[in-house]
Design a protein around this ligand. Structure first.
Ligand code: MG
Length: 410
């Protein structure tokens, strides 16, 4: 293992040969002059941070609604935790940390209000209007929906950031695609016709790191939030997959440790072990495969960044546990089914009467054919924060659910 250089904070003083090199970027769809103080991946990261969609993540749900408590993760703090984990892995492997960070920060920009409840509602509502996929929506946000620059719509990010954003979970076409999407989402197919993102190949190692950093972040912080919410019993922690060993060790060392100190001591051990596992397994894969450059990573037959088989299985068991105990907890489900209905009703109401949309959206939609209106209303609803969706529902309907579970007093 490379030694940590205390001066640069890096594990090696030169990038790995398979890291993405900003000087060899395939560039932007709309050519732009170089910046004197930042390379192209640093600019991409900064463009994401300064986007409107990024700020909206503050008021979008991760698992718990914002009014359920100030200490639960929001989609924004989730994103920041993903970026932290992604940078840590990227640095250990000598990858391009700026590209990794840009991808982590952008990965959930297309997430609708109310987390997966909002996503389910939009998938149903958009069935006859091109469908909805939050990953494809992230691409739409950064290539079309952000309206900030004089010369183009979107953020005009580099090819490497865009290909990483759409393929971080693997190729979307061809022999290596996981085929979970069904048809290629229209938003991705449309953009790909203008800017070929090599949809049948793997993404860069940086994008693969961002994808696993998402898994590490949400499994660990959803466990932490589940404990905070009282959905997971502290006394039962010894039986939780992967986590039981930390609980036993902490009990042996500290005896009566409980509450937030216990939760955090578990959380930090979990994050560290997952990061070390990915870095170790990926280093083995890279040593075996020896990709000559970043395109060799894309052309490989399998991902180069991965958990070990043993850890993948244990993490899978933890995910199943969290699904049952947290995401499907009656208290969470009660609120989310109300939220799902709210999103579905909003879509229908705007679709039936586009005059209810804000002026800018009305003007955009006015010249469109009837068949083109649906996808634009999906764009509008997907961009909403939880807070704005509730406000709009109150404006447009006589009765809006309180989104509070019985017995919970925010
Ligand atoms: Mg995420």
């Amino acid at each position: 293992m490379a030694n940590l250089d205390r001066r640069t904070g890096s594990f090696q003083d030169h990038p790995s040969p398979y890291a993405c090199d900003p000087d060899s970027s395939r560039g932007r769809l709309y050519p732009e002059a170089d910046c004197s103080s930042r390379d192209c991946f640093q600019r991409d990261r900064d463009r994401v941070i300064h986007s409107t969609a990024f700020r909206r993540l503050t008021h979008k749900t991760q698992v718990f609604l914002y009014h359920e408590g100030d200490h639960y993760r929001t989609r924004l703090t989730h994103t920041i935790e993903v970026a932290q984990v992604a940078r840590a892995i990227s640095r250990q492997l000598g990858l391009n940390e700026d590209l990794t960070e840009a991808l982590a920060l952008a990965h959930d920009l297309g997430h609708p209000p109310f987390g997966h409840a909002g996503e389910r509602a939009l998938q149903r509502a958009a069935k006859d209007h091109g469908g909805f996929d939050h990953n494809a929506q992230s691409l739409r946000v950064v290539t079309a929906l952000e309206r900030k620059y004089a010369r183009f719509d979107g953020l005009n990010l580099t090819w490497e950031t865009l290909e990483g954003l759409v393929k971080h979970n693997g190729p979307l076409l061809g022999a290596h695609s996981r085929d979970t999407l069904g048809a290629l989402p229209a938003a991705i197919a449309d953009y790909n016709r203008r800017h070929d993102l090599w949809l049948d190949r793997f993404a860069s190692a940086e994008a693969q790191v961002a994808a696993l950093a998402d898994d590490i972040a949400y499994n660990s912080h959803d466990l932490d939030d589940g404990l905070r919410a009282g959905l997971i019993d502290e006394e039962a922690l010894g039986d939780v997959p992967l986590v039981g060993q930390y609980f036993a060790a902490l009990k042996a060392e500290y005896g009566d440790l409980s509450g937030s100190r216990l939760h955090y001591e578990i959380n930090r051990r979990l994050i560290t072990d997952l990061i070390v596992d990915v870095a170790t397994e990926s280093r083995h894969r890279l040593d075996r495969h020896r990709p000559a450059d970043c395109d060799a990573v894309r052309m490989a037959d399998a991902p180069v960044i991965a958990f070990s088989g043993h850890m993948a299985q244990e993490l899978g068991e933890l995910s199943v546990f969290l699904f049952a105990e947290v995401y499907r907890a009656p208290r969470v489900m009660a609120i989310m089914s109300q939220a799902e209905m709210m999103v579905a009703e909003l879509f229908e109401r705007y679709f039936d009467d586009t005059g209810l949309l804000p002026a800018g959206w009305r003007a955009d939609i006015a010249p469109l054919a009837d068949t083109e209106r649906g996808p634009r209303i999906v764009d509008f609803v997907a961009g909403m924060t939880d807070r704005y969706a509730i406000e709009e529902h109150r404006r447009l309907f006589d009765c809006t659910p309180e989104l509070i579970s019985p017995g919970v007093h925010p």
